[in-house]
Design a protein around this ligand. Sequence first.
Ligand code: ADP
Ligand code: ZN
Length: 218
Amino acid sequence: MNIVLLGAPGAGKGTLAGALKDQLGVHHISTGDLIRLEIKGGTAIGLEIKRYVESGGLVPDEVVTRMIEGKIKATVADKKGYMFDGFPRTTAQAKELDRIMQENKIELGFALYMEASMDVVLKRLTGRRVCKACGALYHLTNMPSKKAGICDTCGGDLYQRADDNEETIRKRMSVYNESTRPIIDYYKAQGKLKAINADNGADDVKGALLKILNEKKS
Ligand code: ADP
Ligand code: ZN
């Protein structure tokens, strides 16, 4: 099964994918994680794209598309399927994903639109903490780690992403509304859009996706 997770920053895409990737046996591909890895590694690509991420803008379509295409080509043979998190983010990227899937003979099951309200996502983003070592996601009040500042699963240090500050969050929201929101209609037109209420807690959101998957099977 191949699923695209759609929704504003803070809608819970990464949390949902993290919670279900093992159970569903799919690859979780997060362009945000891939991008942060390049930046952290100080690669040529990393140096080129750092400024976009830090300002809350989008990395150029060609760069992220190349990343995604490379990941898919390297793993498609295992037939596990994918959960795409944070990609596509523009209509051009959505079209590229259609092309890449076609060329690799895989098909999109559906795009899951995680609909969340502005005050909810703002609270989630400002309280978000991430494990430096394994990337696990936490939230100061909604999903705190057992020991403050320490990852439950690997013991790594938790940090706040540089782009999770109020000013950059505001920029990311306007970029989302302008560039990413139109993709909802793109998938609706293909008859591939499913929407869920993402204001709910992580367990309810997870349940909503599992329900859709069960309905698909029967
Ligand atoms: P969030 O969903 O909280 O905004 P991500 O980790 O998905 O966080 O993305 C962080 C940043 O990485 C984005 O603000 C953007 O700069 C860049 N990025 C991630 N995915 C893409 C993409 N598909 N296209 C362009 N830029 C991207
Ligand atoms: Zn960890």
